[in-house]
Design a protein around this ligand. Structure first.
Ligand SMILES: Nc1ncnc2c1ncn2[C@@H]1O[C@H](COP(=O)(O)OP(=O)(O)OP(=O)(O)O)[C@@H](O)[C@H]1O
Ligand SMILES: [Mg+2]
Length: 325
């Protein structure tokens, strides 16, 4: 099967992710897939939480932190400014605490606690993931392409359910602290009892979102996860390991795409020895890839003459990935 056939045969797939080690071509493939699907008449959003702003680079537009920006008809891109999102997230929590407890200001102790909590990765990851969930839950597009950060981190996002668990534990702890605090406040200010229900509602809401979002990520009908690799020994080894781990998280791995293949036809031409050697070395690794991943290999993408940047190069890459259309 080819990538183009995959999308034809799986029209229910809505969420697309390319995973792989750093620098192998995830952003390039995300942009080219978005371009292809948009050209086919689908409304597509490609988005990332990468602070490197690599979508801005590839589309040659400053879209970082700008929301959903139209790149061309049907193609939208969005780069989430994670730092800003974390601040907003904290403000939302502050607001909730104020509302729940009827405070004018968040008490100093709680503020200190929030500062400490926000320094922990779980808070950052939750804030980012929350934004991703927002984008997906909001709807409005036929396809969502999530341009992932390199593997290790990606795994982290994909195992968000456990991260959310940590968050809930924190909130629950916060709630307990608040209850202690509230008893003091109640006697001092004679205010009404804490509205336990409101807090529980909040927790239930979060739980509901966890289920919805981890459901989307692991729904094999709607979600397709592709591995990007190159014909190199270490990359093949790492990809095998990662694939095993992803399978443990029930991530629906739908195929492997081999990038940066030097065209064999070059052997017929007068080329320098180093290139000839490289092609012959790649041949062995390509065979190894076929042995390991078999019919799940959905494409071999040639090394292009330059970096992929700007619409004309993205189109060229899309044609290399999907053929003509
Ligand atoms: N087939 C190709 N031919 C030529 N250049 C390529 C090809 N594939 C990728 N590149 C270039 O390689 C570089 C890395 O690609 P890309 O940014 O897509 O990788 P990535 O996996 O998203 O990296 P990161 O892990 O940092 O997010 C880019 O400059 C891109 O233009
Ligand atoms: Mg990238």
């Amino acid at each position: 099967m080819s990538l183009a056939e995959f999308f034809e045969e799986c029209p229910d797939v809505r969420y697309i992710m390319y995973g792989g080690k750093g620098g192998l071509g995830k952003t390039t493939f995300s942009a080219a897939t978005a371009y292809y699907l948009a050209k086919k008449g689908h409304r597509v959003l490609v988005f990332s939480v990468d602070p490197q702003a690599s979508l801005s680079d590839i589309f040659e537009r400053n879209i970082f932190g700008q929301g959903e920006v139209e790149i061309m008809p049907n193609l939208y891109a969005c780069e989430i400014d994670a730092d800003r999102r974390i601040k907003e997230y904290q403000d939302e929590i502050r607001q909730k605490i104020r509302d729940m407890y009827g405070f004018e200001e968040v008490p100093g102790e709680i503020e200190n606690y929030m500062q400490a909590a926000s320094a922990e990765p779980a808070m950052e990851e939750s804030a980012i993931f929350d934004e991703v969930v927002n984008i997906v839950v909001k709807g409005g597009y036929d396809y969502y392409i999530y341009d992932l950060v390199p593997l290790g981190h990606a795994l982290y996002y994909l195992s968000m359910a456990s991260v959310y668990d940590q968050w809930i534990t924190k909130i629950t702890r916060l709630r307990e602290q608040m209850r202690e605090y509230d008893q003091v406040m109640a006697t001092v200010r004679r205010e009404k009892e804490v509205q336990e229900d409101q807090i529980l509602n909040e927790l239930e809401y979060i739980k509901g979102r966890i289920n919805a979002s981890s459901g989307i990520l692991t729904d094999a009908r709607k979600t397709a996860f592709f591995f990007v690799l190159t014909p190199e020994e270490m990359i093949i080894l790492d990809t095998k390991k990662a694939a095993d781990m992803f399978a443990k998280f029930s991530v629906p791995i739908r195929g492997y795409i081999v990038n940066r293949v030097v065209p064999r036809e070059l052997l017929d031409e007068k080329i320098p020895d180093y290139l000839r050697n490289r092609i012959n070395m790649q041949k062995g690794f390509l065979e190894e890839i076929d042995r390991s991943f078999g019919s799940s290999v959905l494409g071999r993408i040639p090394e292009l003459e330059s970096d992929v940047r700007g619409i004309p190069m993205i189109e060229k890459m899309a044609r290399a990935m999907f053929g003509g259309w």
